[in-house]
Design a protein around this ligand. Structure first.
Ligand code: ZN
Ligand code: ZN
Length: 897
């Protein structure tokens, strides 16, 4: 690493508190100069200035009792910001409300005020608080507990709560903090024990509600409906809170049931998302009136590496090899590092001799059967392109990895005495960044490395809080962390935030960047692009990040694969009545009938009953049935679970399975028992499953006829079978062996968006028949990569398939489908925003400087077909034909049939 003397000199001696830290602009100049001082081009593609904003204070609402005001004043809260007072006022008046404002804007006060004021005024009222993580609930508990209010007795009730304390909490706590999983698995099934609490439930707080999206969000929506149902079954004593409910309530006041207060990161149309989540009318408060320091936001694209270099390992890194599984490019073939699965060409590659005509093959890019979900991984740059060299294909240009670049930037900011938080998607990524930065710093100034640490969810809460305190206090200068949700709410006001790879949504980008900035001081945020089409597109199209509102949260409670199981849970809690069906919304009637036909429910005059003695087994995070347990044979230890849909890809016999950085090899996969047996072993190879995928169209929900082009939304059946796997040498990617597997095919009924293009229009646009499969395949890869631009999904939530002639469409077709049974709303978003989505896809390909395709445009880390065939220029022509024709017709309308 080329550590600049100017920077290390400025760092001062270890231990001394640096003085005269550079401002955001100077810091950026310094980083820019350091990295590529004078070399071709600059890594900074855009600089956005976000101006400082003063705060707007409101008076305390008159209903806030003196006791609560005094307690808050004791915590340094002397008056609410206007948005806090506004949201609190709605809730206190009985109107469901969502407050959607920036990081550190004090959303807690918006729900603490009405909930605690009510609890103080009515000594029997209760409140339930839901957080997506235990850590956040623990933070909130601390915040409420320090107010030390009489008779509130706040308590966390989650999987870690000792049995002995649970009875006490049910009987005495009036402010219970938990999570949706505990509500689903513990509280609702045991509602009888909670009757006293539910009877008096005045408020339900849903914190960080934007995290309830996709399939998980759809499940949580029904868990909340089940909560409303049980609360209604225990009729409460009238709540005598002035201003709340009854005649004195506002126009939106609810006749019965708890008031919902939701807190969200800034998101598009938060009222609509909150209404979908709760099934209730919700008022939104979105104007952030908390003060904010100015922010300089830079977009940073790591440079291309010289052709001879696989990556620019720093001298330090060469001297001391990175830990195995660390995920730098030195181990390109690690299967866990990619965005996912090696989805294979559906039909056979030409060399299989089964179907030599490429024009008839379907190229599938399946779901990421993914590592990503297990070890929230992040695509540590193990793009297949790097393997391609071993296959004798032309090497595509490779960029310096975002991890290395972020580690270097962190070293530089820390050396400059700037308190910096670096975000990366995986835990291992956080370790790698911290380790690399520590090493660089120690080389420059021995001992300086000790001021950088990694932060991950595996640590105890106390350890994490002490790391946060060390960073806030300045003893620690750099912290590398995974997602913002794991961090304590107090960890704000930093001088710089580095974001390694686009976090997937603008909402989370702003949430992470929002950790930087204090009043009166300009802070720096840097988004370091990873080598993939979406990141590359974004750093070259800043308007896509800065000129647009954040995304709306996508969830679909009507998904029959979510609704059915949730209705079983509800029926097991208490028999369903016709009125309940209304509560569960669209499709509930049909779903109940199907459950009766399937023998899960029994219809009696008094309602629908759950027929079995045990409870339904429903996992809030999936729709694929019971998860597969991964068990270490020698110890019986449960290492983790794998979604059944991905189990064939991840834990097939012989698979190398990484768990928290430790390597295991699978001995057996028992599909009947839902269990994979593994032993610890670190072989010299990685494993790459190959599958055969086919897709058939079940029904069309909506379509757009654009002459030679058709755009469709509908149900599809995706059948995939993992048929073999390759062992590839870790260092070189060389294929060592291809071994057959004997696993059954799996079916996925889901929702897809697809487009068809007539062969004639493609020919007219200069796409030769021989290039068609490669053109469509390339367009499909890039389209999957860019879908997160329009839908709040991750690349691994989506699969794709392209073919030059699909039997159901009888035309060249590209399918992109939701990777969850019944769909998760992503394909639907893509369909609604088709022009925007596909023109970004087209631009991402056309503007990439590479010649024949690279990971920044059409190559996919998920492609099990070795990214073959791919035809980059022709892919642009395909998309041009599609976009030109779409532009000639009206926007998509739902079809009548
Ligand atoms: Zn490219
Ligand atoms: Zn592919």
């Amino acid at each position: 690493m080329t550590f600049p003397a100017t920077v290390s000199a400025g760092a001062g001696a270890e231990g001394s508190r640096p003085t005269g830290r550079p401002g955001a602009g100077e810091l950026l100049d310094l980083l820019r100069a350091r990295t590529h001082g004078g070399a071709a081009g600059t890594p900074v593609t855009h600089v956005e200035r976000v101006p400082a904003r003063p705060g707007t204070v409101a008076d305390w609402p008159e209903w806030v009792p003196a006791e609560l005001r005094a307690a808050l004043a004791g915590q340094g809260v002397v008056a609410p910001w206007r948005h806090q007072a506004e949201a609190a006022g709605h809730a206190y008046a009985g109107r469901h409300v969502v407050v959607a404002t920036g990081t550190a804007s004090g959303k807690s006060l918006a729900y603490q005020l009405p909930a605690l004021a009510t609890l103080l005024a009515d000594p029997r009222a209760t409140a339930l608080y839901l957080a997506p993580t235990k850590a956040l609930a623990a933070d909130q508990l601390r915040s409420v507990a320090t107010l030390d209010l009489d008779g509130v007795r706040p308590a966390c009730y989650d999987g870690d709560t000792p049995r002995a304390e649970r009875d006490w909490i049910r009987a005495h706590s009036r402010f219970v903090l938990t999570n949706p999983d505990m509500l689903h698995h513990g509280i609702l099934p045991g509602h009888a024990k909670w009757s006293a609490f539910l009877r008096r439930l005045a408020f339900v707080v849903v914190d960080e509600c934007h995290t309830y999206r996709g399939v998980f969000g759809s499940h949580v929506a029904h868990v909340l409906r089940r909560l409303r149902r049980q609360a209604a079954r225990y009729p409460g004593t009238p709540r005598s809170v002035p201003g709340q409910r009854g005649a004195t309530g506002g126009p939106g006041s609810t006749p019965d049931g708890p008031v919902f207060v939701l807190a969200s990161a800034t998101s598009g149309d938060p009222a609509a998302a909150a209404e979908r989540l709760t099934g209730l009318p919700v008022t939104a408060v979105t104007e952030d009136t908390a003060p904010r320091g100015g922010l300089t936001f830079a977009l940073w694209e790591p440079p291309l590496l010289p052709p001879s270099q696989s990556d620019g390992p720093t001298p330090a890194a060469l001297a001391e090899p990175l830990p195995a599984g660390a995920g730098l490019d030195a181990t390109p073939a690690r299967p866990m590092l990619g965005d996912g699965l090696d989805a294979t060409p559906a039909r056979s590659t030409p060399s299989d001799g089964l179907d030599a005509a490429p024009a008839r093959s379907m190229l599938g890019d399946g779901l990421d059967a993914t590592p990503a979900r297990l070890t929230p991984s992040d695509g540590l740059d193990a793009a297949p392109v790097r393997l391609a060299r071993g296959d004798g294909l032309d090497a595509a240009p490779v960029r310096r990895s975002a991890l290395r670049e972020t580690a270097d930037l962190l070293s530089d900011t820390v050396a400059a005495g700037v308190r910096t938080l670096a975000f990366v998607r995986s835990r291992r990524g956080a370790e790698v960044i911290a380790t690399t930065a520590r090493r660089s710093l120690d080389e420059a100034v021995p001992g300086l490395g000790a001021r950088v640490a990694a932060y991950r969810s595996g640590y105890l809460r106390e350890e994490r809080r002490s790391l946060e305190q060390a960073l806030l206090g300045g003893d620690l200068l750099g912290l590398a962390s995974t997602s913002a949700l794991e961090l304590g709410v107090d960890l704000v006001g930093l001088d710089a935030v580095l974001i390694c790879g686009y976090p997937g949504t603008r909402a989370s980008l702003w949430q992470q960047a929002g950790r930087a900035g204090r009043s009166g001081r300009e802070a720096l945020a840097v988004l370091v692009a990873r080598d993939d089409p979406l990141d590359t597109y974004l750093v070259h199209h800043p308007a896509a990040l800065f000129g647009r509102p954040v995304e709306a949260t996508v969830l679909d409670p009507a998904n029959p694969y979510v609704l059915g199981p949730q209705l079983c849970c509800a029926a097991a809690e208490s028999p369903l009545t016709p009125a309940d069906l209304e509560l569960f919304g669209e499709g509930a009637k049909e779903a109940v009938e199907a459950l009766v036909a399937a023998g899960a429910l029994r219809h009696r005059p008094t309602g629908w009953y759950w027929r079995h003695s045990g409870r339904p087994e429903v996992d809030l995070r999936g729709t694929g049935g019971a998860p597969v347990d991964v068990v270490e044979s020698s110890t019986g230890r449960l290492l983790g679970t794998v979604d059944p849909a991905s189990s064939h890809f991840q834990v097939h016999p012989g698979a190398v399975y990484l768990h928290q950085g430790v390597s295991y090899v699978v001995d057996a996969l028992d599909l009947d028992d839902g269990c994979a047996l593994v032993h610890a072993e670190e072989p010299d190879w990685s494993t790459h499953p190959r599958d055969v995928t086919s897709l058939s169209v079940v029904s069309v929900r909506s379509y757009l006829d654009a002459g030679p082009v058709g755009m469709f939304l509908g149900e599809v059946d995706v059948t995939s079978q993992v048929v073999s796997y390759q062992r590839r040498r870790l260092a070189s990617g060389e294929v060592l062996a291809t071994l057959p597997l004997d696993l059954p095919a799996r079916e996925l009924r889901t929702v897809a968006v697809w487009f068809t293009v007539s062969p004639e229009s493609l020919a007219a646009a200069g796409v030769e028949a021989a290039e068609m499969p490669g053109a469509l395949h390339a367009a499909e890869h890039a389209a999957i990569g860019l879908l997160p631009l329009v839908a709040t999904c991750d690349r691994w939530d989506i699969g794709g398939l392209s073919t030059a002639n699909h039997p159901d469409t009888e035309a060249p077709t590209v399918f992109v489908y939701d990777g969850h049974p019944g769909g998760a709303g992503f394909a639907e978003r893509a369909y609604r925003a088709a022009s925007e989505w596909l023109s970004a896809t087209r631009d991402a390909i056309a503007e990439c400087g590479c010649e024949a395709g690279c990971p920044s445009c059409v190559q996919s880390p998920k492609c099990g077909n070795g990214n073959y065939p791919l035809a980059k220029p022709e892919a642009v022509r395909v998309l041009d034909v599609v976009l030109d024709n779409l532009a000639r017709v009206a926007p998509a309308q739902p079809a009548g049939t």
